[in-house]
Design a protein around this ligand. Structure first.
Ligand SMILES: Nc1ncnc2c1ncn2[C@@H]1O[C@H](COP(=O)(O)OP(=O)(O)OP(=O)(O)O)[C@@H](O)[C@H]1O
Ligand SMILES: [Mg+2]
Length: 235
């Protein structure tokens, strides 16, 4: 097995359990979507993999390696890149400094600029002076600096206009397919998830209530309505 996996993972913060008995394996090149209402535990699920949430039961693995007790930097070194919901760029550093802080080389930067030409134009601008879309592009570019094999994206389109969302999604599609990345996409926009992902997990109050292909989920309006609050799927 050369993927990443959540095996029977219960996780939370302090003594509070947020997600329970999560099972998911992501192979290289595979695209998995995670859907669920606000507070369902989507970010916590990603954080269990990256080290931000405490694992109370089960393991997270990359290949044959158990990552559960490793610090976040060691998980990143194991090939897991993350684009956090909070974006987490350094507002007082320039675009260049933000990218170099992630430990990238000049070649990595050139790759990032090929994907996001806008970032090259803003090279000397401070993080704080970027638009929301540019900040998201920077956050994605930064996650690529460590050459991850797997990419976890937490609501990358949050707060972006429809046009900028399209640009960001096009870049994500391109990089995932060019680099054959295994990808977990947490996103509120159900149509985007169903279009992009091979398989989808739906979380409700920290538990998986649906796991199957995007096509299978399209035929389950009951799941979409009860777990996501959506009647019918729009583009
Ligand atoms: N650092 C934390 N400490 C304590 N509780 C937390 C922490 N982060 C999240 N929680 C709680 O865990 C639950 C799940 O939060 P989580 O952020 O995983 O949900 P989510 O599905 O990502 O929601 P959203 O769609 O709003 O981003 C919530 O009740 C939240 O208050
Ligand atoms: Mg979240």
């Amino acid at each position: 097995m050369n993927g990443i996996a959540w095996n029977g993972v219960s996780a939370g913060y302090g003594a509070t359990t947020i997600i329970e008995e999560i099972d998911l394996t992501v192979a290289p090149g595979e695209r998995i979507g995670v859907l669920g209402r606000n507070g369902a535990g989507k970010t916590t699920m990603l954080s269990a993999m990256t080290g931000g949430a405490q694992i109370l039961k089960g393991t997270v693995r990359a290949g044959d390696r158990d990552l559960s007790n490793l610090p976040p930097w060691a998980r990143s070194r194991a090939g897991i890149g993350v684009v956090p919901q909070t974006r987490d760029i350094f507002r007082s550093l320039t675009v260049r400094e933000n990218l170099m802080a992630g430990g990238g080389t000049a070649a990595d930067m050139a790759d990032a600029f090929a994907l996001f030409p806008r970032l090259k134009e803003r090279l000397g601008n401070l993080g704080a002076d970027l638009s929301g879309g540019e900040q998201q592009m920077l956050s994605i570019a930064r996650a690529l600096m460590n050459r991850p094999t797997f990419l976890l994206l937490d609501e990358p389109l949050e707060g972006l206009s429809p046009l900028v969302s399209q640009d960001v999604m096009a870049a994500i599609r391109k990089l995932v397919s060019d680099r054959n990345l295994g990808c977990v996409l947490v996103e509120q926009h159900v149509g985007t998830v169903l279009d992009f992902c091979d398989r989808v997990l739906v979380l409700q109050r920290g538990r998986v209530v649906f796991s199957g292909t995007s096509d299978a989920l399209r035929t389950r309006p009951d799941v979409l309505e009860s777990a996501i609050g959506l009647s019918g799927v729009s583009g």
